[in-house]
Unconditional design. Structure first.
Length: 182
């Protein structure tokens, strides 16, 4: 496994996140030595759809993308839908892409990428119901376990977490990708 010592990884989520899609990647990056930071539109704590509760470290309005080495966007229908309507969260995502930093996105987490307008010319996978939204935003959608496109790592469902986690850690270790842009 790659060494992520000294790296800070942002996790952007809100209530309704898919529990395993937050806890699995969180464990993978922290096991590799990174510091994981939870960002959410509101302070306090948030709950996953299956009841896992986590404490928010910083709000999306107060977070600066320059403080992080990469980003993970867990899924969950409610989570994905609410985050894409939060202006500060969308700006944070766009800024991460603009700084060429690695991003991992799984399941419904990809919805915010349409709002951030960062998908033109990219290849991505997601939960199948997002296919039309992602292709309308300029992406090429494929049905694969994990897809890596110049620092953008994407997967479909919790079943894909082993492959997703491995590739997220690998891309974070590689650092910035010139092809990763807003």
């Amino acid at each position: 496994m790659a060494d992520l010592t000294g790296k800070k990884v942002a996790f952007l989520a809100t209530n309704g996140f898919e529990d395993s899609e937050l806890t699995g990647p969180w464990g993978a990056v922290t096991d590799a030595g990174a510091q994981a930071i939870l960002i959410s539109p509101e302070s306090g704590s948030i709950k996953g759809k299956n009841g896992h509760e986590v404490t928010v470290d910083i709000t999306s309005g107060a977070a600066s993308s320059s403080d992080f080495d990469g980003l993970v966007l867990p899924g969950g229908v409610v989570n994905g839908d609410h985050l894409r309507m939060d202006t500060a969260s969308v700006a944070f995502v766009r800024d991460i892409f603009g700084q060429h930093k690695p991003v991992g996105v799984i399941c419904h987490g990809g919805w915010i990428l349409t709002e951030a307008d960062v998908l033109k010319g990219r290849t991505i996978t997601s939960y199948p119901s997002l296919r039309t939204d992602l292709t309308n935003a300029g992406a090429t959608w494929v049905d694969e376990e994990v897809v890596v496109d110049a620092g953008l790592v994407s997967s479909r469902t919790p079943n894909d977490l082993p492959a997703f986690n491995s590739k997220v850690v690998e891309e974070l270790a590689e650092g910035e990708h010139r092809g990763q842009q807003a």
